[in-house]
Design a protein around this ligand. Structure first.
Ligand code: ARG
Length: 605
């Protein structure tokens, strides 16, 4: 599905006058009207402008080849170069473009006006980073993290948590109305054995909160009994029925078990600074009944060996809506949930951040919801944002030395320990106070875990390696966090205030050095970069952008003096305020990228 068309068309109308300019978006609008003018017969042509290296201007339009082919189908024979020339002539007058150059078989190289770049950069510093203008507000629901009660939250859930949180941060920054939903598994059949075991271990659980210390071993104990003891198994089934029929005693036991899990999950969320609203499978209990009724009425359920299943057109595997014992399933709760989200919540966009292993499940849920008439994908954007599995450094399933799975708390603790080692290795303990060292340790530990996940294309498997993520060279959190603190310290050590920098920026930044111009143009690509992230919700291009900002800054800083000092006395003799403004702009853009990625940069590190 191409969401791009949708977004561009809907956004073109509204504009926030104080937002940052999406330059690439603006160029696409200009080319869109140029093409309409040059070739009025062509309808629905998707204009694409790309950013390029300075050798080819700053941006490029390379749609002339496909336009030429399209024209041929309409009986007009023009070669791509002729097409490009015609488009070039029709680009409306504007304040953005300096030159348009025809190149090769029909490329149009676009160079930005220096005055436009200067003005936009000055606005960036004086107004600060703002959301791009022209984004139409949507109501978005993001279903992420979603661990299962009484089971350990595993690395797959960690990926969902990190990716989902960053997607929410991005959409919130763009001004959307975002609902962060934790679809915890709190209503499944695992509660049968847990409740039966609870009855035996803590018989008065209904009167007194049962002191289940370690839910993990509690789960294991009950699982062993469930698998080996037929009577226990029978009782477990009876318990699920009692729970699902809302027997108050069993509801109490269920709540107690959920509370223990909830507290454990919350510890992880607090450490990683994740905000999320719990709305688990149990939330849909009553809706599930209604869901089944509606599907029954619509005549889309089929009997299959006592089960009620639903097929979607073109998909071989059906959903199980009602089990042979009358119980509901994961499928039932997701059908209830999608209807609740699209219909009751009137969401414009529903995002499910769940591992790629569940692609088939979501494909079927979406198709069945459409088939039932609950979802129109032209109106509501629903998508499964999948991700690959986490592997160990041996490229096998990620596990710890002592057990099959890695406990997330242990993983975060190890991150903290390794981050501290790294800081001490860099002798940061000698310059930082204990408090500063501790914040640096947390920023590095949690930052590197999040960043190394987000920097990889989420569709691939991902090798978890503390050694790699803690490297201080290359596209890593450690490198970037350091780079950021260094940039911030330039103004601090020169004793220049924010007001002075803003004043300088308001007076105009000439950008006369080639490296200044290059850095400025890159920084101004921030709005288009984040708008593009929404097309497929892959976040790694943001990490690539952030890294490019950091290396481009180094290129600039190596040759452009910001603060000149007397070689012998070390005293400051001259401060180049225009360049200080460029430093400020760079730091602001980086800080905003960090914030979208859920990283916490620190002033001193
Ligand atoms: N609890 C599920 C799991 O751990 C993930 C739920 C994802 N969300 C959903 N609406 N199905 O696999």
């Amino acid at each position: 599905l191409n969401y791009r068309i949708n977004i561009m068309k809907r956004t073109a109308s509204k504009s926030d006058p104080n937002g940052m300019v999406n330059i690439l978006g603006k160029l696409e609008e200009l080319f869109d009207s140029a093409i309409k003018k040059a070739f009025p017969d062509i309808k629905d042509f998707q204009v694409v402008v790309v950013s390029t290296t300075p050798n080819f201007g700053d941006y490029q339009f390379n749609g002339a080849m496909s336009l030429s082919k399209l024209l041929k189908t309409l009986g007009k024979s023009l070669n791509p170069r002729e097409v490009a020339a015609a488009v070039q002539k029709c680009v409306p007058p504007n304040e953005v473009i300096e030159t348009l150059d025809l190149a090769g078989p029909g490329f149009i190289n676009i160079k930005l006006k220096a005055s436009f770049v200067q003005e936009q950069l000055s606005l960036l510093v004086t107004r600060g980073i703002r959301p791009p203008c022209g984004v139409e507000k949507k109501r978005v629901m993001v279903d992420f993290s979603s661990p299962n009660i009484a089971k350990e939250m595993h690395v797959g859930h960690l990926r969902s948590t990190i990716i989902g949180d960053s997607i929410c941060r991005l959409l919130e920054f763009l001004g959307h109305d975002v609902l962060r939903i934790n679809h915890v598994g709190d209503w499944g059949t695992q509660f049968g054995m847990l409740l039966a075991h609870l009855e035996d271990r803590f018989p008065n659980f209904a009167e007194e909160t049962p002191p289940i210390g370690d839910l993990q071993s509690f789960y294991k104990e009950s699982k062993i009994r469930f698998d080996s003891d037929a009577d226990f198994k029978k009782r477990a089934y009876a318990c699920v029925v009692k729970l699902q029929s809302h027997d108050p005693v069993y509801i109490k036991g269920w709540q107690a078990i959920c509370d223990v899990s909830r507290r454990e999950f919350q510890k992880i969320y607090d450490r990683l600074d994740i905000k999320i609203k719990e709305r688990g499978e149990s939330f849909y209990q009553d809706l599930m009944k209604k869901t089944v009724m509606l599907l029954e009425e619509a005549g889309v359920l089929k009997e299959d060996e006592g089960r009620k299943v639903m097929f979607a057109p073109g998909i071989a595997v059906p959903l199980t809506i009602v089990k042979s014992d009358g119980g509901y399933t994961y499928d039932t709760s997701d059908m209830a949930a999608i209807r609740q989200r699209v219909h009751d919540e009137a969401a414009d966009w529903v995002v499910y951040v769940v591992d790629l292993g569940q692609s088939g499940h979501f494909e079927t849920i979406f198709a069945c919801a459409e088939f039932a008439g609950w979802l129109d994908r032209k109106k509501t954007r629903v998508e499964h944002v999948g991700f690959g599995v986490v592997l160990g450094e041996d490229r096998k399933k990620f596990k710890s030395r002592s057990s099959e799975t890695v406990r997330l708390v242990d993983l975060l603790d190890e991150g903290l320990r390794r981050a501290k080692e790294k800081l001490i290795e860099k002798e940061r303990d000698k310059v930082l106070t204990p408090e500063e060292l501790e914040s640096a340790q947390q920023a590095v530990a949690y930052g590197c875990i999040k960043y190394s996940d987000l920097a990889h294309n989420r569709n691939g498997d991902y090798v978890f390696s503390f050694d790699k993520m803690l490297e201080d060279k290359g596209n890593t959190a450690v490198y970037l966090l350091y780079a950021y603190t260094r940039i911030r310290s330039i103004a601090r050590t020169a004793n220049v205030t924010d007001e002075q920098i803003k004043k300088a920026a308001a007076d105009g930044i000439p950008l006369s050095h080639e490296k200044e111009m290059k850095l400025a143009k890159l920084l101004l690509r921030f709005p288009e970069t984040i708008v593009r992230l929404t097309f497929d919700l892959c976040l790694h291009p943001l990490c690539e952008f952030l890294y490019e900002v950091s290396t481009t800054f180094t290129e600039f800083y190596d040759v452009c003096y910001c603060v000149e000092k007397d070689r012998t006395t070390g005293q400051i003799v001259h401060i180049n305020m225009d360049r200080m403004a460029l430093c400020e702009a760079t730091a602001n853009v980086m800080a905003q990228c960090f914030s979208l990625l859920g990283l916490k940069p620190i002033q001193k590190m």
